[in-house]
Write a protein that binds this ligand. Structure first.
Ligand code: C2O
Ligand code: CU
Length: 565
């Protein structure tokens, strides 16, 4: 659930006046207010919610990096039209060819040039049985070097898709063959590990559903639906350009203003009365954490990234950070329309005010026809998986021990436009534990990866990001505490992802987690401390990073080594 609204900070407006006065005196203001001055370098002003205040002094200012749009200057008619995702059933040893190429799409009424895996949005949905090894031959036909990372899959290190760590990036016209071994059942996903802020945003993502040999791995449901949640930043002319040599939006990540499910802006479903639908949720947005609600329907939480929860549980909503997955069973009781929505407490940083905000993600039309067979008995009982509790037994002695490593998340900035620095230093901005929306779109847009460095700092050694040097052995159980410092230039929540291993979130702010599931990504709100117990089961050199694409490309990453026993 979103954090409760916080009382309005009364000082905010007064202090904004002070900032305004300071900014008016700055030379930047005079220059940018010159009549007739347009945007330079292919940039357009980012769209803003009318609730937001335009920070004076930033009119006409553009990011310090060049603007990037794919296949710029080429008539979109030259590219094939993208198609909806198709299911690819694979078994052990099967081969799939994936071409990464430029596609044409109409999105929100605009003709767009985007990227696609096999020209599909999302990329092909791969279904494969647990323990299979799949061969995926990837050919790159886009202008940017790319790779595929198999998010959450404990596969062989050489196929992890991290350029400069496990492979060289695949240049245009080149290929790479991945062998994807899938030892865990659950919903996974694949995406590039090169300029994700651009490539993923432009459509490069797909799901990999690994099925369990256990027929009652999940409880009964009438059917399954995939919901890939995303957003994209557009204005009346179409999509806003990305930063060419470094990401824009490095402070808060690039929030979109158009919501998408499975790559569509008008996702719809129909259901029968009493139908139980199993939803597989994946968040592929650059930065947005969704709080997904299902109208009045009852929602049962079943599983997350790398497996099921110890106990099924009723939830009012599903908070899903970038790269996380959740599996929920939802029963549509009432005929009529049920909205699947992102229901948040938006914030205005300057006014220190929260206001409720709802974006529809999908419209479910429930008919009066009754779903058969009736499975309400099984739906209304919550399963308890004793076998998971038993499997976790050997890990429990580690739940309350002191951490082996402590990481602190913080940020450093250099050479940002003066009005932004003044606004931040005025100390009147309120930073919530979770940023559910981009409450300062212009400042965020103008802060590039060249000016912002997001930091993971080892508290023992003081080493930061790539200077961190951790070495483990297969079989090690490593306790990592991640503290998200609220005392920085601009604190922000961070979805932390670890490659190639699985972990348990054992506690948050000292409170023990009462219902565990194996995870590969977990979000740490501002001011919080999150304890992870990481099982080092897979040898190789693996990344640990923030999954906000712009934070990753603003430095917030390092790799660690796990040696064979
Ligand atoms: Cu899904 Cu290193 O990322
Ligand atoms: Cu981050």
């Amino acid at each position: 659930m979103p954090p409760p609204p916080t009382p309005i900070m009364r000082v905010a407006r007064y202090c904004l006046t002070v900032v305004t006065a300071a900014v008016l005196a700055s030379p930047l203001h005079a220059q940018s207010e010159m009549p007739g001055m347009g945007m330079s370098g292919g940039w357009r002003m980012v769209p803003m919610d009318p609730n937001m205040i335009m920070l004076p002094g930033l009119t006409g200012v553009v990011p310090v990096v060049g603007a990037f749009l794919p296949a710029a200057g080429i008539n979109p008619a030259n590219f094939p039209e993208a198609e909806p995702s198709q299911v690819v059933e694979m078994i052990d040893g099967d081969t799939l060819d994936i071409e990464v190429s430029i596609v044409r799409r109409i999105l929100n009424g605009h003709e767009m040039v985007m990227f696609g895996y096999n020209r599909q949005y999302p990329g092909p949905l791969i279904r494969a049985p647990k323990d299979a090894t799949l061969v995926v031959r990837v050919r790159n036909e886009i202008e940017l070097p790319t790779t595929i990372h198999w998010h959450g899959v404990r596969l062989d290190n050489e196929f992890d898709g991290v350029p400069g760590v496990t492979q060289e990036a695949i240049q245009r016209g080149e290929s790479f063959v991945y062998e994807v071994h899938v030892p865990d059942a659950g919903m996974f996903w694949y995406h590039p590990h090169a300029r994700e802020d651009v490539q993923q945003d432009l459509g490069l993502f797909g799901n990999l559903l690994v099925t369990s040999p256990n027929p009652s791995y999940y409880g009964p449901a009438h059917r399954e639906e995939i919901l890939v949640l995303d957003d994209i930043l557009m204005d009346e002319q179409g999509v806003l350009p990305w930063g060419e040599s470094a990401p824009t939006h490095a402070l808060m990540g690039r929030f979109g203003n158009v919501m998408m499910v499975n790559g569509e802006t008008n996702h719809q479903l129909s259901a029968k009365q009493g139908e139980v639908v199993r939803f597989f949720l994946t968040n592929v947005a650059n930065s947005r954490t969704f709080n997904v609600t299902f109208g009045g329907a009852q929602v049962k939480l079943i599983a997350s990234d790398v497996g099921r929860f110890e106990r099924e549980a009723w939830v009012e909503s599903v908070v899903i950070a970038p790269a996380e997955r959740y599996v929920v069973d939802v029963r549509f009781e009432e005929p009529g329309t049920t909205l699947i929505a992102n229901s948040i407490q938006a914030i205005n940083h300057f006014r220190g005010e929260f206001y409720p905000h709802v974006d529809t993600l999908s419209i479910v039309t429930v008919s009066t026809e009754t779903a058969a067979p009736g499975i309400s008995d099984s739906f209304y009982s919550l399963r308890v998986h004793d076998e998971i509790a038993a499997e976790l037994e050997p890990y429990r002695p580690h739940f309350n021990r002191e951490p082996d490593y402590e990481l602190e998340a913080t940020v450093r900035v250099q050479d940002l436009p003066t009005p932004i620095v003044l606004a931040m230093e005025a100390d009147t901005l309120f930073f919530p534990p979770m940023e559910w929306n981009d409450a300062m779109p212009v400042m965020n847009w103008l802060s590039t990866g060249d000016q912002v460095t997001w930091i993971l700092k080892d508290r023992d050694t003081g080493a930061e990001n790539n200077d961190i040097d951790w070495n483990f052995k297969v079989g090690d159980l490593v306790k990592i505490r991640i503290f998200n410092s609220p005392d920085s230039f601009h604190p922000m929540n961070h979805p932390i992802h670890i490659h190639g291993q699985r972990f348990l979130v054992t506690s948050m702010d000292g409170a023990e987690n009462q219902n565990l599931s194996w995870k590969d990504t977990a979000i740490v709100p501002v001011g919080s401390s999150m304890d992870l117990l990481v099982e080092m089961s897979n040898p190789g050199e693996w990344m640990l990073h923030c999954h906000i694409a712009e934070h990753l490309h603003a430095g917030m990453m390092f790799s660690f080594t796990v040696q064979e026993q």
